[in-house]
Each structure stands twice: as structure tokens, then as C-alpha cells.
Design a protein around this ligand. Structure first.
Ligand code: ASP
Length: 338
């Protein structure tokens, strides 16, 4: 039954550890099985916070999510808001949460909060973190102060902007951090406190037909001794863009750099930093394979966006068709900075 003083919040469940159970008593080897209603019902006090509508969208481990599945979740979230939800929460696996949250953020065109959460421990594990994360996510999605901020990630009572959050540990419950400047908010005593006023880059405006696309944008990581043979194996005729995860401020070896012009003549090539924090350089180094050299060979720096998010920005831009280098450069300049 709806309650006049409680906000209507839609919860969409995609799977992940937060929804994973085991048939063994020790809770080992879990797989995503739980539906959204069961997830919500397991959280003490949740129904006091909001009028909930819970829907199971997928039951996937998050490594098997893909961009079209995330876009379908986005469209479901839009419909939930159109039907009167004051905010939306998506639950999913943590492995790819930083990516799907950013893709959602690029396309979320509503002031209502869209909050993504998950869990590092499954529901049967001692100290399971899913219920607390879901409760905080619903509170965050209900808060007036969360409006106009795009997509937020709530884990461990911290609120992160989707564009900067990263999973930085494979098992810790404190795995989520925003390496550039930290979280944007905290959840304390049932309230959400933000460190800064709402501000975000404008979402990408796409047609319904464009949102159906699935461009091909691979991510190639460099490494000590990289002779460029992986880049050489790429056929630009079959791609819509390439992202290179470079050393330091976005560097590759001279031999890898030699492969860039062949690709950049056909598709946008973006270089990002594989370090996990900090931006790509603009004019620090000038040697072959440096940021200055890569730009001269036709590539574009990702700025503060890490490789996986740079890849999603290029993927989303390519939904509109071939991306001219100047357009890629402009978008990464605008969206790849703080
Ligand atoms: N492997 C799980 C997943 O991403 C991890 C998690 O949810 O925490 O689906």
C-alpha cells in the first residue's frame, strides 16, 4: 500500500553477489539466484524508508552484463520515473559496477537520482554487506539533495559519482573508491550529506534508434616490452574506435606508437592511464610514445577518465555513427576533466 509521506522508489535487480546464494551450508561457490522482491524483503526497515516497487531485470554475474543490457536497464529506470518513482536503485555485481554506472550516467537524462549498488559478501556470508548497501542506496535515491547529480554509486555508506568510482580491491568490503578526489557524499544516521552542490556534464542525447546500437570499441592494455603486435592485429574496418590503456600519464612504447596512425586514420584512438588514478598528460613528455607524440599521431587523451570509462564514452559516442577525431577530442576534453 502506498504511503503519502514515503517516496516511491523503484528497485531493479540485475544479479551479482548481492543476489547470490549457495546450495552448500558454508555459503561457498555462490551464483546469482535471488529476485528483486526477496532482496528488498531481506533488508530490515527498508519498507519504512520508501514505497518500493521491486523488479527483477536479470540474474547475471556482472562479468556477463553487456552494454545493451545496461541500456535496457536505463530504459526501465526511465519508465519507472515516468510512472511516478522519485528515484531508482539498480543492484548488480560489483565487478563491472564502475562501468555500467558510468554508461548509465552518460545517458541518464532525468533529475531523479539513479543509484547503483552491490555487495562484496553474499547474503549467506557472515557480515553480508548487501542489506546495508541497499538500505543506504534507497535512502540516497529518496533524498532531495541527490537530485540533479546523475548516477550515484552507494557502497559502504559512501556516495560516489559514477564517473570517478572504481573497484579497487577484489575482495574487501571497502573496495569502492573514487581515486581522484574521494567520495562526493556520506550516508550517516539515515541521511545523506554531500560535500559539494549538484553539478554534472550534460547527458548525451540519443534517439531511441541510436540507443539500440552496439558499436565495437576494444580496450588494449600496454605492457613492458610491448612491440605493438596486438595493435597491429586490429582491423580498423571492423571497429568503431580503440582505447589504449597506457603507462603513467598515457604512454606506450615507440613500436606500439608506430601502430597508432594506421588506426587513427580510420577510427578514433583514445589513450588513457592504466595507473588507476590521475589524468593523461598534455605536454609533459615529448619522446616517441609520449602523450605529445600520440596526439601528433592522431590519438586523443582521455583526461581523468580511466581506460574502462574512456572506452564507454567512446562506445556511447559511436552510437550516433562514425566519430570524427575533433568530436572525440571535444567530448574527452569536456567529460574527461573534473
Ligand atoms: N563476481 C561478482 C559479480 O560481479 C562480484 C560481486 O558482485 O561482488 O557479479
Amino acid at each position: 500500500m502506498t504511503h503519502p509521506s514515503r517516496p516511491a522508489i523503484a528497485i531493479g535487480a540485475l544479479g551479482g553477489t548481492i543476489a547470490s546464494t549457495s546450495s552448500a551450508d558454508d555459503g561457498s561457490a555462490v551464483v546469482p539466484t535471488m529476485d528483486a522482491a526477496t532482496l528488498a524483503a531481506a533488508v530490515p526497515g527498508l519498507t519504512e524508508v520508501a514505497d518500493l516497487r521491486a523488479e527483477t531485470l536479470e540474474r547475471l554475474p556482472s562479468p556477463s552484463l553487456d552494454e545493451p543490457t545496461v541500456v535496457r536497464a536505463l530504459q526501465w529506470a526511465r519508465r519507472a520515473v515516468d510512472d511516478g518513482a522519485a528515484g531508482v536503485v539498480l543492484t548488480q555485481g560489483t565487478d563491472t559496477l564502475e562501468e555500467s554506472a558510468y554508461l548509465l550516467d552518460l545517458l541518464w537524462d532525468r533529475p531523479e537520482p539513479l543509484v547503483v549498488t552491490g555487495a562484496m559478501r553474499s547474503p549467506q556470508a557472515p557480515g553480508a554487506d548487501g542489506p546495508a548497501n541497499l538500505l543506504s542506496a534507497v535512502r540516497c535515491a529518496s533524498a532531495a539533495a541527490s537530485r540533479g547529480r546523475g548516477v550515484l554509486v552507494v557502497v559502504d555508506d559512501e556516495v560516489h559519482l559514477a564517473r570517478w568510482v572504481a573497484k579497487t580491491d577484489s575482495v574487501s568490503t571497502g573496495a569502492f573508491r573514487s581515486p581522484a578526489f574521494g567520495p562526493i557524499g556520506r550516508c550517516v544516521e539515515g541521511e545523506v550529506a554531500f560535500a559539494a552542490p549538484a553539478a554534472r556534464p550534460a547527458p548525451l542525447r540519443l534517439t531511441a534508434a541510436e540507443e539500440q546500437g552496439d558499436p565495437r570499441v576494444p580496450l588494449v592494455a600496454t605492457y613492458l616490452g610491448d612491440d605493438g603486435h596486438v595493435l597491429a592485429a586490429l582491423d580498423p574496418e571492423r571497429l568503431d574506435g580503440v582505447v589504449v590503456a597506457g603507462f603513467g600519464a598515457g604512454h606506450v612504447s615507440e613500436r606500439a606508437a608506430e601502430q597508432i596512425p594506421r588506426l587513427a586514420q580510420r577510427v578514433p584512438v583514445v589513450f588513457a592511464s592504466r595507473t588507476g588514478a590521475g589524468p593523461t598528460g598534455r605536454a609533459i613528455y615529448g619522446y616517441p610514445g609520449s602523450e605529445v607524440d600520440l596526439v601528433a599521431r592522431g590519438a586523443v587523451g582521455a583526461g581523468w577518465l580511466p581506460p574502462v570509462k574512456a572506452r564507454l564514452l567512446l562506445w556511447a559516442l559511436a552510437l550516433r555513427g562514425p566519430v570524427p577525431r575533433e568530436v572525440a577530442a571535444h567530448e574527452f576534453e569536456e567529460r574527461g576533466r573534473l
